[in-house]
Design a protein around this ligand. Structure first.
Ligand SMILES: Cc1ncc(COP(=O)(O)O)c(C=O)c1O
Length: 419
């Protein structure tokens, strides 16, 4: 720890200018490290300061970027491991359907042109699928794009955004980016506690995010309780029901009795936004395409800030083809049911606990600090997801892969935990 002698009462403009000047002259150039001071002398330490940070919005200054699953190539580079299994990002192990691959090949010739900025064909297919008007749809570069639109449209600095403990990591990120106040409701049995959430709604609440099912816990809410909750939310507060894993959770074989399709309630709740994605059961995570369904007035506002061409031509074409290939989705969902049983049975045999999940992933309590288990699994060529940043330091989230991939994970886990 380095305590700077020039540092008495925290950050000052003069100090900063001196440091910036010094940094400019330093041979390391653009990102030269400088010492920043904390108000608390004992906490002073050497940190790398971004020279533009003082001019960034307060939200961006405090922002921690989203941490994705470790890419396969990165593990290969860093650990020198080959034959890698990645079960870290809730992707579909079957990949995109054959039909998608065919239409994509045909699309290449048209890539010199801009995409249809309105996404007409995809919206038309979605409006038929969901029995909604095309004016109720907002397309996103992944559904996380739409989550951000909601905050940008409705939330000002100082407003409150409400979500649950252990909820999807993009909710705090988009909230912080808007310099808004995150209000985090305590979870109940790892899942959303709707009573606790309702008690936290204030005059300043603008948006409520609910992931159903939630990632990384896999917990879900039943239709009755969720409808009762939304009915009690004032209309000025936007409720986003994030259904990224809808296709998995709505399969009765996975056991989520009473799991709802919130898009059926759009007529009843004009303040409801339901988000869906092609990244999971449809196997198109790499193309980035998702959407929301809402009241047309809501979609009108969301579409005002949607960047032109936010969904590219390949993504539009692939999503339309994927939507039509119901058999591929069913195959993915059935595989998921089988593999959920394989993995949860095996970890139970190892004497470990897991959080019952209706997604394409499951969070397993490894019986102690999960960081070292995660690292040991990396050395075995298996990438899973540590979830300490979700307040779950004992858990690892494992995406359900193909049978052989899951067996690789289970064998590596047994070896690492000496089970
Ligand atoms: C709950 C939840 N919502 C939304 C997303 C965003 O997915 P995408 O932006 O790929 O549509 C994810 C991705 O992991 C998720 O887990």
């Amino acid at each position: 720890m380095v305590v700077s002698s020039t540092c008495r009462s925290g950050f000052s403009r003069d100090n900063y200018l001196k440091q910036r000047f010094a940094a400019k002259a330093a041979p390391t150039g653009f990102s030269a490290p400088v010492t920043q001071c904390s108000k608390n002398k004992s906490r002073n330490r050497e940190v790398t300061m971004n020279r533009f940070e003082p001019w960034a919005t307060p939200g961006v200054r405090g922002l921690q970027p989203y941490q994705p699953g470790k890419p396969i190539d990165e593990l290969r580079r860093e650990y020198g491991v080959s034959d890698i299994v990645k079960l870290a990002s809730n992707e579909n192990p079957l990949g995109p359907s054959l039909r998608v691959r065919e239409v994509l090949a045909a699309e290449f010739a048209g890539l010199a042109r801009y995409p249809d900025g309105n996404g007409f064909a995809l919206k038309q297919a979605l409006s038929e699928r969901h029995r909604v008007d095309m004016a109720q749809i907002t397309l996103g570069n992944g559904s996380s794009d739409v989550l951000e639109f909601v905050v940008r449209v409705f939330v000002q600095p100082g407003d409150e955004v409400l979500f649950s403990e252990h909820a999807f990591a993009m909710y705090p990120i988009v909230t912080q980016a808007a310099s808004a106040q995150a209000v985090v409701a305590p979870a109940h049995d790892w899942g959303h506690d709707l009573e606790a959430m309702q008690a936290l709604i204030s005059e300043r609440t603008r948006v409520i995010f609910i992931a159903n099912p939630n990632n990384p816990t896999g917990t879900w809410l039943q239709g009755d309780e969720l409808q009762t909750f939304i009915a009690a939310v004032p209309e000025r507060v936007i409720v986003v029901v994030d259904e990224a894993y809808f296709e998995y959770a709505s399969d009765p074989a996975l056991g989520a009795a009473g799991y709802p399709d919130a898009s059926r309630w759009l007529d009843r709740f004009p303040n409801l936004v339901v988000t869906r994605t092609f990244s999971k059961a449809y196997g198109l995570a790499g193309l980035r395409v998702g959407y929301s369904l809402s009241h047309p007035d809501m979609a009108n506002l969301l579409n005002r800030i949607r960047p032109p061409f936010n969904v590219n031509s390949l993504a539009l074409t692939a999503a339309e083809a994927a939507l039509a290939d119901e058999a591929h989705v069913q195959q993915a969902v059935h595989l998921n049911v089988e593999e959920m049983a394989r993995v949860t049975d095996a970890v139970t045999e190892m004497g470990l606990e897991f959080i019952p999940s209706v997604g394409n992933f499951v969070s397993i309590d490894v019986g102690g600090d999960a960081a070292s288990v995660y690292d040991a699994l990396l050395h075995e060529g298996v990438i899973v997801r540590p979830v300490a940043n979700y307040g779950m330091p004992r858990h690892l989230r494992v995406t359900l892969g193909l049978a052989a991939e899951n067996e690789r994970f289970l064998a590596a886990l047994r070896k690492v935990l000496k089970k």
